[in-house]
Design a protein around this ligand. Structure first.
Ligand code: TNX
Length: 552
């Protein structure tokens, strides 16, 4: 009896040791494999199935790219860089012609399989392999953004011993594709200037939630932000200030190209906007030949009527003063000035030359002092000029009044009538409802920055709406997608940007990407709550809305 290996005591002891070892092992591997269907993902994928197994991600995991495709290679390197930031791992990127060995990540495109559209992806996680397959590199990029949200958060303490760690990724399959092709945000760099580095970070933020458009509001009354070589004073003089009187700034064409290239690497299209015929004081201040008596320069926030120096303005081509206030709609160009259309032609030509994306945004909003007939003529002219430069015109909803057709896109911000008028003329719409997704609106009356003319927008308000029901009578086929503008009258620093973007941006991205069926704030707020630590890990000091039960 004494030496019997099956003595009950020994069996129990062996079992206890086994359990201890297994428990210890899974602790090292950051917890037991979880259920992929329970993982927190924003935007929510179309379909998720789980197998219950797990993949062990480690420092030695190699990221394989299926072919020599440069874009795919870039995505693989971005993945490696993000993993280094979040886990401390330094994963190699290699090219392969066959399915890679156990323990690898495999990125592959198959242009024949269009079952998930041009931006969809399939992410398959088994014990052996993580595979992201898509018809295009963009699809693979979106699969990578999903994968990154599945990598367990590692504390800084764990980071130092990362090499010995294996992080477990729950196994299963995610098949995913966007609902809308237009998933964007706008940054107003005119009211306050933001550096190239700030814009790159903005692109990182939006693209992590699978947004694919960054609209840059490059000019307004307070500042002209893009170098135009044929009209150099626009940037040189028009770019020298901003709201509140700071020093402003502008992008050289080289810097703009750098922004465009960075955006391309993250599958984001840059849409440049030159706001005309109103919101144009920075240009009128730079070139007197553009100025005209219809512009009503505000003093101390008050409109003071036609140029006080009436007569001087026209005959001597006196430029306006630079403007650092926050009034809107008081400036205008005039078609009676011979220089005006030459200016528009030159600006759009130069902008089109440095913009690979198919769109030019001509503004067109709040032209309160432009006579209506002249406004319509202006938009018709812009439309011809944009087309002549091989681009498609986008304008704020007011352009619906002009002779627009299916080549134009309007950006809805508050008027259902304009949206429907545009649709009747064949144009499509981007939805930017100001009461829902104007990111410059305060959360509530205590928000430290932001405006509230449209609404106070708490995080649930920005989530609880749907594009197909937002504008009554606007057919779904007319809706290109969703774009959340961040106007910057009160936004000065990157911290300010982060405070207004987060936590609203992820939910807006979800509205643009995920199917609407079954969507509910109650379900989403729990995901957002769990997502909080990921925003914190990225160094984002987000607004801690009391409507979300944040996870520490
Ligand atoms: C309205 S809505 C504007 C901008 C302002 C913004 C402030 C629209 C097309 N134009 O000029 O910056 O409100 O929220």
């Amino acid at each position: 009896m004494k030496n019997n290996l099956l003595h009950p005591f020994r069996v129990v002891l062996a079992l206890i040791i086994l359990i201890a070892v297994v428990t210890l092992q899974s602790c090292v591997n950051s917890g037991p494999p979880t259920d992929l269907t329970k993982e927190v993902l924003i935007p929510k994928p179309v379909s998720v199935t789980a197998t219950g197994a797990a993949f062990g991600l480690s420092n030695t995991t190699i990221i394989y790219v299926a072919d020599g495709n440069a874009q795919l290679n870039q995505v693989a390197n971005q993945l490696a860089a993000e993993l280094t930031k979040s886990t401390g791992f330094v994963n190699k990127v290699e090219t392969t012609t066959s399915i890679p060995a156990k323990g690898s990540i495999y990125l592959v495109t198959d242009s024949n399989d269009t079952s998930l559209g041009t931006e969809g992806y399939e992410l398959t996680i088994t014990e052996e392999l993580v595979t992201i397959k898509a018809a295009t590199p963009a699809g693979v990029f979106y699969g990578v953004q999903t994968l990154l949200q599945l990598v367990p958060l590692v504390s800084t303490e764990d980071l130092s011993k990362a090499e010995s760690n294996k992080l477990r990724l729950a196994a299963g399959t995610i098949r995913d594709t966007p609902t809308y092709g237009w998933r964007g945000s706008m940054l107003d760099v005119a009211r306050h200037f933001f550096s190239v580095e700030d814009i790159k970070l903005y692109i990182d933020y939006i693209s992590a939630y699978k947004m694919n458009v960054l609209h840059l509001h490059l000019s307004d009354d307070q500042g002209w932000r893009i170098e135009i070589k044929s009209w150099p004073n626009l940037a040189k003089h028009g770019g020298t200030t901003q709201v509140g009187g700071g020093k402003g700034g502008f992008y050289t064409q080289e810097q703009y190209k750098e922004i465009v290239a960075y955006a391309q690497s993250k599958f984001v299209t840059i849409v440049p906007e030159i706001d005309m015929p109103s919101h144009i004081n920075a240009a009128l201040a730079s070139y007197g030949v553009l100025n005209n008596p219809n512009t009503k320069f505000p003093k101390d926030g008050q409109y003071v009527g036609p140029l006080e120096t009436e007569g001087i303005g026209d005959s001597k081509n006196r430029p306006t003063d630079l403007y650092t206030g926050q009034e809107v709609g008081w400036s205008t160009m005039s078609l009676s000035k011979p220089a005006t259309l030459k200016f528009v032609n030159d600006v759009i030509r130069e902008l089109a030359e440095i913009t690979p994306g198919p769109y030019i945004h001509i503004g067109g909003d709040e032209a309160h002092v432009t006579p209506k007939e002249e406004y319509i003529e202006f938009i018709n002219e812009f439309s011809k000029i944009v087309k002549a430069n091989g681009k498609q015109m986008i304008g704020w909803e007011e352009i619906a009044q002009a002779n627009i057709d299916e080549n134009a896109t309007i950006q809805y911000w508050h008027s259902a009538d304009y949206a429907k008028m545009a649709a009747a003329k064949g144009a499509k719409a981007i939805l930017s409802p100001s009461t829902r997704i104007y990111l410059d609106m305060q959360y509530d009356s205590t928000s430290r920055i932001g405006l509230h003319w449209a609404a106070y927008i708490e995080v649930d308000d920005s989530y609880n709406w749907d594009p197909t029901t937002q504008v009554e009578g606007l057919a779904k086929e007319k809706i290109l997608g969703v774009e959340a503008p961040l106007w910057s009258e009160t936004v000065v620093t990157m911290k300010d940007i982060e405070y207004l973007l987060f936590p609203r941006l992820p939910g807006i991205a979800e509205i643009a990407w995920s199917p609407a069926e079954g969507r509910s704030w109650d379900e989403y707020k729990m995901r957002l709550a769990s997502h909080g630590p990921r925003m914190t890990a990225k160094g984002i000091d987000f607004y801690k809305s009391t409507r979300v039960p944040w996870v520490e």
